[in-house]
Design a protein around this ligand. Structure first.
Ligand SMILES: Cc1cc2nc3c(=O)[nH]c(=O)nc-3n(C[C@H](O)[C@H](O)[C@H](O)COP(=O)(O)OP(=O)(O)OC[C@H]3O[C@@H](n4cnc5c(N)ncnc54)[C@H](O)[C@@H]3O)c2cc1C
Length: 482
């Protein structure tokens, strides 16, 4: 079986030496830094679940490509059933981690590249598909974690790339030789790459002929010479850095959501790892296929899992406060469940209505309309669920003291008494559940959910392109005998 154990995964990361900066300092080891460690733990869990008989069905599948059982996060969907399983895995991993599974963007990038390399080979006689298959075989056989990088810093959005004063605000091919290409530029907001083995790089937008040097997709080891990571750093990162005990934090093991800017300072990529280079007409298709897949994931699968964490915390607080029979609280929790299930339904519909794209490629992608509807729907639904949870949690969600006070002999007894709600639950547990809710409602997840897989305007544009309204207009004409 091509499955690594969690211990082998951790050992394999020790072999890598990514250049990582956080909070103004070099991170000498992503395995021991408290914030980067959360990414290691999240990816590591995906290896443990794949070997656990309880979760094997959801986390693994048979890959005809290597004739073995592989981790689902290394697999390209070949049927609608695969897409349904993919959606279920998105919810499962999110609700178990309470944060991202950092293999997700790479998984979705595989779908976009498998489809578009096949199409480029068919139309242009290139060899990208066979290269990509070889790369994917290696990923599956070695059970590698692969992150995905699309988003770029970009210059003025009202100007074309050629009119930007700095041509490297989008990732650019600066050299081509008989061995490979050299790229310069950066990708921003990239989830969990420094604790992955490989980074799958895609173009960010559609390109014109004058932008052919930006039409590039490739895979690179995450510690290739010239790659540097500049990590996000927030009050939550500082809190984790300074905590006496990680149990004080809202998500002790898996943390918030970790991203980094990835700088490519003249990074060499050998041809066998290049899957798109200069065929500018196909950049937009890679982006659209990635978006369609990733919007199902972000909209209709992982946020369903996140909502389960928020609903669970709200329910516990309702019980601690003795509010079980209060009508408006029960209505709020019912509303959360309805929003969660609407999200799940959109994700399921996107998967179940998925199709082979392009026909003949063997690659199944979620339904374009439903993938976009899933993401657009969840943007609003997630804020609403957070607002409802904030109401149930009360002010304590943001005014709670540090759990350290429970270890402070001078104040401990008062904190235990006055934050107990007079319930039998230990005050430490009550505060921990509020901390979890703080982590969701006052953390990075609102904006993260809004922008991850693209801001809502991009889904509206995709929906406007997908629906031509001929069916609807025809119905009216038929009804009126026009
Ligand atoms: C937690 C998190 C994790 C992420 N992980 C990844 C990852 O792993 N890999 C990856 O590639 N990306 C990742 N992203 C990036 C994500 O896809 C982008 O944040 C998203 O596409 C929005 O881009 P932006 O942040 O540059 O915002 P902007 O594009 O600057 O958007 C800000 C506003 O400007 C508007 N706007 C921008 N450009 C235009 C324009 N040309 N015309 C009209 N309106 C415009 C937008 O609609 C929006 O209203 C992640 C983001 C987050 C928050």
């Amino acid at each position: 079986m091509a499955l690594m154990t969690p211990e082998q995964f951790e050992a394999s990361l020790k072999e890598l030496k990514p250049r990582v900066f956080m909070n103004g300092k070099l991170v000498p080891d992503v395995l021991t830094n408290r914030n980067t460690r959360t990414v290691v733990e999240a990816n590591k869990a995906s290896y443990a679940w794949a070997l656990d008989p309880k979760y094997r069905d959801i986390m693994t599948c048979f890959s005809p490509l290597v004739d073995e059982v592989v981790n689902r996060y290394t697999y390209v969907s070949g049927t609608t059933e695969d897409l349904v399983r993919k959606a279920e895995a998105g919810t499962f991993t999110a609700e178990m981690l309470g944060t991202c599974i950092y293999r997700c963007v790479g998984y979705d990038a595989f779908h976009a590249l498998a489809a578009t390399t096949w199409e480029m080979d068919r139309d242009l006689g290139t060899e990208y598909w066979s290269r990509f298959q070889e790369f994917l075989k290696n990923v599956q056989k070695k059970d590698l974690s692969v992150a995905g990088a699309m988003t770029e810093p970009r210059g003025s959005r009202s100007k074309k790339i050629e009119n930007w004063p700095d041509p490297y605000l989008a990732l650019k091919v600066v050299e081509k030789n008989d061995k490979g290409i050299v790229v310069r530029g950066a990708k921003i907001n990239i989830s969990g790459a420094y604790a992955s083995h490989e980074l799958m790089v895609l173009p960010q937008g559609a390109h014109s002929e004058s932008e052919a040097d930006y039409a590039v997709a490739f895979a690179t080891p995450t510690d290739a010479p010239g790659i540097t990571y500049v990590c996000q750093y927030s009050p939550y990162s500082a809190e984790r850095d300074q905590a006496d005990d990680l149990e004080e934090l809202g998500n002790p093991v898996f943390g918030q959501r970790e991203t980094a800017m990835v700088i490519f300072d003249n990074v060499f990529v050998p041809w066998e790892r290049v899957f798109h280079c200069g065929e500018f007409k196909y950049s937009g298709r890679i982006v659209a296929r990635f978006a369609r897949t990733h919007r199902m994931t972000c909209g209709g699968t992982c946020k369903v899992g996140f909502m389960n964490q928020i609903i669970g915390a709200s329910k516990l607080i309702q019980e601690y406060k003795g509010l079980e029979k209060v009508a408006h609280i029960n209505e709020q929790i019912t509303e959360m469940v309805v929003l969660r299930e609407t999200g799940r339904a959109c994700g399921q519909a996107a998967a179940r209505q998925g199709k082979e794209e392009p026909p003949g490629s063997g690659v199944f992608l979620p339904d374009e309309l439903m993938g976009n509807v899933a993401k657009l729907n969840i943007c609003e639904a997630f804020w609403r669920v957070m607002a409802l949870a904030g109401d149930i949690g009360g002010g304590l969600t943001v005014t709670m003291p540090s759990l350290k006070e429970l270890k402070n002999p001078e104040i401990k007894d008062f904190v235990e008494e006055f934050y107990s709600f007079g319930s039998d639950e230990p005050t430490a547990n009550i505060l921990k559940v509020h901390k979890l809710l703080q982590h969701w409602t006052a953390g990075q997840h609102g904006v993260g959910t809004w922008h991850g897989a693209g801001p809502p305007a991009t889904q509206r544009i995709a929906i406007q392109r997908t629906v031509d309204f001929e069916h609807e207009k025809g119905l009216v004409k038929r009804t009126l005998n026009l």
